[in-house]
Design a protein around this ligand. Structure first.
Ligand SMILES: NC(=O)c1ccc[n+]([C@@H]2O[C@H](COP(=O)([O-])OP(=O)(O)OC[C@H]3O[C@@H](n4cnc5c(N)ncnc54)[C@H](O)[C@@H]3O)[C@@H](O)[C@H]2O)c1
Ligand SMILES: O=c1ccn([C@@H]2O[C@H](COP(=O)(O)OP(=O)(O)O[C@H]3O[C@H](CO)[C@@H](O)[C@H](O)[C@H]3O)[C@@H](O)[C@H]2O)c(=O)[nH]1
Length: 425
């Protein structure tokens, strides 16, 4: 069954899901306010780096996939997905203004849609958002009755760098809905994907997303806390977590200790859940600690450097990896940012290499020295910090010989070269 899908927001989530829906045979229009992104998408060139996305976009752009700055496609859509950003406000709570304005814009055009349409939130939103913000905004702007529209919440679990693979082969599909008819329409969109579908209420679906990300972040901070103690005791935390993770009740994934978690989701979503808990009179001690452990990890790396090289002022320090993780050029909340910030404040001469993320980091730190190879960054360095788990770093070997002093602090365990030292092991 081919459905007419409109997706509001053509960023990471909107573009990946839109392209994959088109690949599954649906007719997709991405509605994006940024005309540059619209042009790039229609030209078949992804405005973001994502493995496998370029080929799929090229194949579908101008055929089953198009991008527009207007909302006209909503007038004939079977289903509309909202995938605009929900960035943090200064107090950590989610900024829902993009969600609200997208909902109103959808409603204004939806009034011309003669058939049943389901408005589906894909953005990560606090429980109650679909019911209390999206629903009334759409109903008010469209003048439609609740018999003519359905509402759904279908959280997205893709990981950057593996987004296409995650989207096409998900562990599960969560569909929260206002009524079964709405839920079945969302399920129809995914009919060619093999995965268990969980049908829930709207608020439970919203909470599943926050709880999932918070649990994964908790696993990482837990591993870091164990790792920090292991470091003091001279134990390899990776050996420990291998033994721990083989317990089927725990599982082996997301137990890698090191520099901590970055990215556009974990820090933001745990903060939003903390904020939501406090607004509701709860004291989220565990989740606050997850954030605290995470904030301390980059500073611990600098402390180790200080112990090894002495005063940092005037020292040449190489940073390997700027992206918040491998296979992406995204530096949002990358752990490299606080590390570089502290090194610069302490008067270090910072050199940096990353296969993809240099242009993005140059916008934040224009004055540090960027190198086109790891060897360039390492040449003459007094110390090196590994900040991203790029697979290509596992091949670095003789390049460490170019350093003035071979002090290598591994914020990610990725090197096969044996002279490094982990921050947690
Ligand atoms: N990035 C991820 O890996 C990921 C994964 C799962 C869930 N999420 C969640 O999905 C949501 C979107 O995240 P993202 O990373 O794709 O954000 P993003 O910033 O990359 O993309 C959002 C896009 O929406 C556009 N936009 C904003 N207002 C609009 C409007 N009124 N009409 C049309 N377009 C509009 C922006 O120009 C931008 O291109 C967030 O809630 C995020 O937490 C993100
Ligand atoms: O054992 C681990 C695993 C990851 N990380 C770090 O955690 C961060 C996030 O990694 P990852 O989860 O792979 O990337 P994201 O693209 O941020 O994906 C997360 O956030 C998305 C947005 O909500 C969700 O959709 C995904 O399911 C969820 O994994 C990165 O800095 C990693 O280096 C660790 O430190 N240790």
């Amino acid at each position: 069954m081919s459905l007419k899908i409109s997706i509001v927001g053509g960023g990471y989530v909107g573009l990946v899901t839109g392209t994959c829906f088109a690949e599954l045979g649906h007719e997709v229009t991405i509605i994006e306010i940024d005309p540059e992104k619209v042009r790039a998408i229609n030209d078949g060139k992804p405005p973001i780096f994502e493995n496998g996305l370029g080929d799929l976009l090229k194949k579908n752009a101008g055929k089953r996939l198009r991008a527009r700055t207007d909302y006209d496609s909503v007038a004939s859509a079977d289903i509309v997905f909202i995938s605009v950003g929900t960035p943090p406000k200064p107090d950590g709570s989610a900024n829902l203004s993009y969600i609200e304005s997208a909902s109103t814009s959808i409603g204004k055009v939806l009034k011309n849609n003669r058939s049943y349409c389901v408005i589906t939130v894909k953005s990560t939103v606090p429980p109650g958002t679909t019911e209390k913000i999206v629903w009334p905004a759409v109903i008010q702007a469209s003048g439609k009755t609740e018999n003519e529209i359905g509402f759904a919440m279908n959280p997205e679990f893709l990981r950057e760098g593996r987004a296409v693979e995650d989207f096409l082969h998900p562990d599960r599909i969560v569909i929260g809905c206002s009524d079964p008819r709405a839920g079945n329409r969302v399920a129809d969109v995914y009919q060619n994907i093999q995965a268990p579908i969980i049908h829930t209420g709207l608020t439970a679906a919203e909470m599943i997303k926050y709880a999932s990300n918070s649990f994964l972040a908790t696993k990482i901070s837990f591993s870091n806390e164990i790792g920090n103690l292991c470091k003091v005791l001279g134990i390899d935390v990776y050996e420990v977590m291998k033994g721990v993770g083989l317990d089927a009740r725990i599982g082996p994934l997301f137990l890698n200790a090191g520099a901590g978690f970055g990215g556009s989701c974990f820090p933001k979503d745990v903060s939003a859940l903390v904020s939501l808990a406090k607004e509701n009179g709860e004291d989220p001690v565990l989740l606050e600690s997850v954030l605290t452990v995470n904030e301390h990890q980059p500073h611990r790396m600098i402390s180790i450097v200080e112990k090894r090289v002495g005063v940092i002022k005037g020292k040449r320090i190489a940073i390997l990896g700027l992206a918040f993780k491998d296979n992406t050029d995204d530096i949002r909340d990358s752990r490299a940012i606080p590390v570089i910030q502290e090194l610069v404040e302490k008067g270090a001469c910072v050199t940096a290499y990353d296969p993809l993320a240099i242009p993005n980091m140059q916008k934040i730190f224009p004055a540090i020295e960027y190198c086109s190879t790891a060897a360039g960054a390492l040449t003459g360095a007094d110390a090196c910090l590994v900040m991203t788990e790029w697979p290509e770093f596992s091949k670095i070997d003789k390049e460490f010989g170019l350093m003035a002093h071979k002090i290598v602090i591994e914020g990610r365990r990725i090197l096969t070269w044996k002279g490094g030292e982990g921050i947690c092991w």
